[in-house]
Design a protein around this ligand. Structure first.
Ligand SMILES: N[C@@H](CCC(=O)N[C@@H](CS)C(=O)NCC(=O)O)C(=O)O
Length: 454
């Protein structure tokens, strides 16, 4: 029997389990639950007496609680490392899972659920929910200043739980201004979100510009002064009971106040949108700081030409570097560096090693304008398996100027590599350049994954 997960569609608590299933290549059938109906049946209550989703049906019995479900699926394959490597890493995975559930999810619910119309708005709950959520996000942001992922060097279920919980925050509540204060968290969010397994389940995420308020939020704040009158109208024995006319007049007054509040909120929202547009336009108009690389003496070689000539045939023009590049290379205007990833232990799992390369290449976006690079994985093919052993990662970059460019040293991964400058006039170094860009082997190892930064 295949695993079956019972849930309503687009449930973030289920996303983390489905993403883990993608990493582990585990088939999970999604059984759609009509809330309030299917989850109240005796058969469902037998699987989860609380009548809550998700529930996972396994060949030996049901499992409820989304973290337990996610860990069950993560445990089905050891080599993907979704539960952490060492004993200590496993504890850290549990630490962050508990943090997400207890510190982030609870607070997020208090802030988000009134906006989604699940609960009535309450100012106290809103204030506590928002403050506690932002505080938890600040803790994550601080931690991610020096860590690429929550645990170790690759994605674990801790990242999946945090990511799927934060999606709703970034799309609905945590607006642009707040996100600017959380740069490490946003960088991590984008890195996790770019993983193909995450994309396959969650897809692209559109960030909100400003916080969405609950419909009854503004109205509740405006009508707070009515509270004593409403209490007086409760009509308990021996207390003042208003006449039907007074009730009608109070209702009319309240309706008028709500109308005014709605108009005020709409005007405020329009003003906020206009302000945001103005700020955007001002930002676009602001003259960009000149990049010193743009004021270098003109070069006889254009990187765009190098890229175009190298890729003019598919997958690349193998003759271009040996036959043309070394003759045309402008030694005064460019430099070439070889790089080697320092932590081979992190490459033991082939899928994760490929993910690491993809993440690094994604983070090199700003590098492309002034560089051409390649990164690859090499190792020993294991007979009868898609995996490789003794994997290492290395690469090569041609940079504008005479040293490694700032755009590169700004990339988080930069410090995880050893960098050595190559001499383009030296034939041994020329051979290295050709091998990095086009070779099928590095030493005795097969190059099995290669990405260009172009
Ligand atoms: N801690 C549980 C929470 C489950 C939960 O609250 N599920 C909600 C939907 S996301 C539910 O089924 N609510 C239905 C109800 O309370 O009747 C988990 O992580 O699985």
């Amino acid at each position: 029997m295949a695993l079956r997960i019972h849930t309503y569609p687009h449930n973030p608590r289920v996303w983390k389990a489905l993403i883990a299933a993608k990493y582990n290549n585990v088939k999970v059938e999604v059984v759609e639950v009509q809330m309030g109906v299917d989850n109240k049946t005796p058969a469902f209550l037998k699987m989860n007496p609380l009548g809550k989703v998700p529930v996972l049906e396994t060949p030996v019995g049901p499992v409820f609680e989304s973290n337990a479900i996610t860990k069950y699926i993560a445990r089905m394959r050891n080599d993907t490392g979704l539960l952490g490597g060492s004993f200590y890493e496993q504890a850290l995975v549990d630490q962050w899972l508990d943090f997400v559930t207890n510190e982030l999810e609870t607070a997020r619910g208090m802030w988000l659920y009134p906006v989604l119309g699940f609960f009535k708005f309450s100012l106290d709950a809103y204030t506590a929910g928002k403050n506690n959520t932002l505080n938890a996000l600040r803790v994550l942001n601080e931690y991610l200043a020096t860590n690429t992922f929550l645990v170790g060097k690759s994605v674990t279920v801790a990242d999946l739980a945090a990511y799927t919980t934060i999606v709703g925050l970034f799309t609905t509540l945590v607006g642009e201004d707040e996100r600017k204060k959380l740069p490490n968290l946003v960088r991590w969010f984008n890195t996790v979100g770019h993983q193909k397994q995450v994309q396959a389940v969650v897809g692209d995420v559109t960030f909100c510009k400003t916080e969405t308020l609950a419909k009854d939020h503004v109205a509740a704040a405006e009508s707070k002064s009515d509270a004593p009158a409403a209490a007086g109208a409760a009509g308990a024995k021996g207390k003042y009971v208003p006449t039907p006319e007074q009730v009608a007049a109070a209702a009319k007054k309240k309706e008028q106040q709500q109308k005014e509040a709605a108009e005020k909120a709409a005007a405020k929202a329009a003003q906020a949108a206009a302000d945001a547009e103005e700020a955007e336009a001002a930002k676009a108009a602001k003259v960009k700081e000149p990049n010193p690389l743009d004021s270098l003496p003109p070069s006889t070689m254009a990187l765009d030409d190098v890229k175009r000539k190298f890729f003019q045939s598919k997958p690349f023009n193998a003759d271009y570097f040996p036959a043309t590049f070394f003759k045309e290379f402008d030694n005064a205007g460019y430099c070439v560096f070889e790089c080697k990833f320092k932590y081979e232990d992190d490459l033991k799992n082939t899928t994760q090693a490929c993910n690491l390369v993809d993440g690094f290449v994604n983070r090199c976006e700003a590098v492309r304008k002034y560089a051409f690079g390649v990164v690859h994985l090499q190792g020993n093919a294991i007979a009868g398996s898609d995996d490789f052993s003794s994997t290492s990662e290395s690469g090569l970059f041609i940079f504008r100027g005479d040293k490694i460019i700032k755009e590169m040293t700004d990339v988080d991964d930069f410090v995880e590599f050893d960098w050595v400058q190559l001499d383009v006039t030296n034939s041994a170094d020329q051979a290295k350049i050709v091998t990095h860009l086009t070779g099928n082997k590095i030493g005795n190892y097969d190059v099995f994954y290669r990405k260009y930064i172009k």
